[in-house]
Design a protein around this ligand. Sequence first.
Ligand SMILES: CC(C)(COP(=O)(O)OP(=O)(O)OC[C@H]1O[C@@H](n2cnc3c(N)ncnc32)[C@H](O)[C@@H]1OP(=O)(O)O)[C@@H](O)C(=O)NCCC(=O)NCCS
Length: 202
Amino acid sequence: MAWLLRRASVADLPAIMALETSTFGSDAWSAEAMRSELAGAHTHYLVATPEGSDAVVAYAGLLAPASAQQADIQTIAVAPTARRGGLGRTLMLQLMAEAFSRGAREMFLEVRADNPGAQSLYEQLGFEQIAVRPRYYQPDGVDALIMRAPLSEPRTSLVEPVPPAAPITATAPGEPVSTSGEPAGASAALTDQPDPTAEGAS
Ligand SMILES: CC(C)(COP(=O)(O)OP(=O)(O)OC[C@H]1O[C@@H](n2cnc3c(N)ncnc32)[C@H](O)[C@@H]1OP(=O)(O)O)[C@@H](O)C(=O)NCCC(=O)NCCS
């Protein structure tokens, strides 16, 4: 399966909220909170659509104020039908690269203690648990694990430089995304389409 990754805009709010509520249930953000994230000056959200379709099957968001040393993964969700194909990993790598390019040198995130799948994804990407917030997720009373990863120059990169604004083919299914020997990510193409409705989004 190949996906197209692109910068999310406020126009993606309904599709993102549909995935947000079906994925996170009682932990889901409100539409107002998500709209504010999508329009934020210091955030960067991506959505993924299957090649040839407009259906949003995944999204992920970053908070990385310019020149700040620390950045945060705000959220990530992949539709059940699109999981275990490398899409979550690809989205995370794109956000980590974006954070690095904005000047961040370490990344933080929170994950439920009862979500071993997501923890496994994050550990693969270099995140380590640094703290616990007891009973952070209510009403379930589940702990939040705080994880941190150092950020460095991305070793995975798009296959070849192309002019700005052109779609970029990242990798073919099952093939490495770089020559550095890193494992392959999802097959994906990236277009960076700044949100015209965003307030000061970079
Ligand atoms: C967590 C999530 C984003 C992962 O997305 P994904 O596209 O399935 O992840 P990937 O295919 O890129 O997985 C990469 C690696 O992460 C690990 N991983 C991902 N999901 C896993 C799971 N459910 N169980 C165990 N390991 C898992 C595996 O090592 C996997 O590599 P492999 O498939 O070669 O074994 C997705 O399961 C999801 O949206 N879950 C619900 C929302 C959620 O929990 N978000 C995180 C909130 S902190």
